[in-house]
Design a protein around this ligand. Sequence first.
Ligand SMILES: Cc1cc2nc3c(=O)[nH]c(=O)nc-3n(C[C@H](O)[C@H](O)[C@H](O)COP(=O)(O)OP(=O)(O)OC[C@H]3O[C@@H](n4cnc5c(N)ncnc54)[C@H](O)[C@@H]3O)c2cc1C
Ligand SMILES: Cc1cc2nc3c(=O)[nH]c(=O)nc-3n(C[C@H](O)[C@H](O)[C@H](O)COP(=O)(O)O)c2cc1C
Length: 728
Amino acid sequence: MKLQNIQRAVREHLYFAVSYEQDLFYIGKIKKFEGEDILMKFLEKSAGHIISSTTAKMAENLEMHELPNTASEESLISQQHFGPIDVCVVVTVISAVLYYLFFRKKKEINTFQITPNHVTTSDSSFINKMKSTGRNVIVFYGSQTGTAEEFATRLAKEANRYGMKAMVADPEDYDMEDLCKVPEIENSLVIFCMATYGEGDPTDNAQEFYQWLQTGDGDLSGLNFAVFGLGNKTYEHYNSMAIYVDKRVEELGGARVFELGLGDDDANIEEDFITWKERFWSAVCEHFHIETLGEDINLRQYELKVHEDLPEGKIFTGEISRLNSYKNQRPPYDLKNPFLSTVTVNRELYTGPRSCMHIELDIADSRIRYDTGDHVAIYPTNDSGLVEKLGKLLNADLDTVFSLNNLDEDSTKKHPFPCPTTYRTALLHYVDITSIPRTHVLKEISEYATNEEEKKMLKSMATSSEEGKKLYLSWVVKNCRSIIHILEDLPSLKPPIDHLLELLPRLQARYYSISSSPKMHQTSIHITAVLVEYETPTKRITRGVATGWLKTLKPGDKVPIFVRRSQFRLPSKPHIPIIMIGPGTGLAPFRGFLQERSFQKKEGKEVGDSILYFGCRKSKEDFLYEDELKVFEEEGTLTKLHAAFSRDQPEKLYVTHLLNANKDELWRVFGESHGHIYVCGDARNMAKDVHVIILEIVQEYGKKTKDEAEAYIKKMESQRRYSADVWS
Ligand SMILES: Cc1cc2nc3c(=O)[nH]c(=O)nc-3n(C[C@H](O)[C@H](O)[C@H](O)COP(=O)(O)OP(=O)(O)OC[C@H]3O[C@@H](n4cnc5c(N)ncnc54)[C@H](O)[C@@H]3O)c2cc1C
Ligand SMILES: Cc1cc2nc3c(=O)[nH]c(=O)nc-3n(C[C@H](O)[C@H](O)[C@H](O)COP(=O)(O)O)c2cc1C
């Protein structure tokens, strides 16, 4: 079993793992290399060599966790610490492994007389799948939270209308070099729906594809393609992944069938998408000389199966991937295998009308490790009152046990979410019932409205006509109408629950900047989360899914979590001064930074200046961790606290005002003393304004032109001396 796992890992890519003090502390992946088969045979024949000893731990993990995916590797990495000694050990062992693989290869060939294996490509070859199932369109998606995947699925469905047969594909599941072979299929087309993250980075599932595009020189001549990008204008690197894919595929010889489309999630990405795809399909028809359109019918992707007598142990109860994984918890914990942590503290931090929670989650015995500045992801549960209400609106028996099975047997995705399960569990844990539904959902459920006016209205909102778009924007988007609100307001609309479950997006994990340091809290993770609560224009009080749920939790309650490694890191040398800019919950990671620096100080290390810019509305209501910050100030860890209370005086005062007033000090710290700047919190306004101020300071004090100052800041960013951990 172990050996097979190693072989599977090697066949996929080459994995290397290093163990240290009984603990796996690094597992990584290096590019495919020529001698995979040879190494596989070698593993089969040898034991106790460097490879098998370094991979032994890895095999254990694989055994526990089945074949790893990128996310699990990442979380393995994320659960580990790296100090300078660790880095040396890693470098040494990796060098040894690489030496062994690349320079000793020939010897192994002689010793074991290995003849090359024929690598079976059936699983990872999308081209074989396309050919054997008569498909001529493939839609790849780079998606983290499901939107790009959903858009890809919609495009694939719509291809039917134009007499084409399409499949949706996760680039992580396939060998992307096969792109070179797509032109072998007549009238073929490749569509990419690509989201951008971080600093213009690909999503987890598109990492390898991105790497291949960057390093590969595949010939894509004759490949018909089009790209739709998903991004958000509040981020500096707007849609950069889609822009790159569009440019690079063309450079490699691809023929663009239609111009790059860019969706902005800060405005209305749904509208951007439907406007783009309308024009895209026209261009496709022209390109492939498609004259007649098929019927615009709604096709179900999944079929319903109701189970009568399934035993309890066979029914999913909210697990993300593995059946009974919450009962039999097994590390490593990641996106697909979250750890069920216990709430030990849930304390209110505000005194005013709003709410901000300080929550402590126990990770003792989980083998989860984190670093100061990392993020923790939380899988929330939908409000049970809303679930019951939805059940009534749909006339559904929520205890029914069912499965939704993909009608496309070739698809790698067998169910839209873990099945079999009950309707109640699906609504509580698996689908998003509170966000604003996209237009294709309205279009598909419109068939179930018995009132003609209601049906017409739903259909109209799903068209790309100006009138339809306006109606969708005003009636759904501006009024923040969720699917529940729509069903309440259109009483003749009664879609079957299984069809609705097929259409609603998956409920996503929410990320939080960890507000503790493992140096002080090795066995717990702290978060600082502000409750999302607002009244919609139709007078409905609405709470955020995760924060609304967290608000109800008491010590002893369980929360599924995993840790995600971030790039937001304190300088490796504690004497380097830092400036932290974190209004509101942007303070969260800086509480961890201060805990870490306080610990280092107590250890007798020389710790540099730590200057904090914090902002909130009123000093008496929402001054987060005021007491703790005072202690940090008294002990000298927090050298200076600049606080802006926007509503404590007639004129508004924000952190940006304080930054403008302290340009001398800022330049002294980051310009003259090579200190680090950190920004955390609101991406929409604050982080952008801070960037402008820093740019001005570099121009003014560093005596640089605007272009030179931009380059200076870029260099700071690349040296990780200017880091942002922002969200919108
Ligand atoms: C890397 C990262 C780190 C983060 N760190 C933190 C952190 O430390 N602390 C923290 O509190 N949050 C943090 N967040 C945000 C967090 O992940 C959640 O987005 C947030 O808690 C809301 O989640 P929710 O499920 O409660 O709300 P959701 O159910 O997701 O609802 C939020 C949505 O409600 C709508 N909405 C909100 N207010 C209004 C309004 N007034 N009118 C109309 N619509 C409205 C908006 O569409 C908004 O997108 C972070 C996010 C990221 C990506
Ligand atoms: C933490 C975070 C970072 C993001 N970074 C970027 C970015 O750098 N550039 C960009 O254009 N969009 C960025 N986005 C926006 C997403 O790309 C956008 O919301 C997209 O629709 C997500 O698609 P998905 O649901 O398929 O993952 C970011 C979103 C989040 C939550």
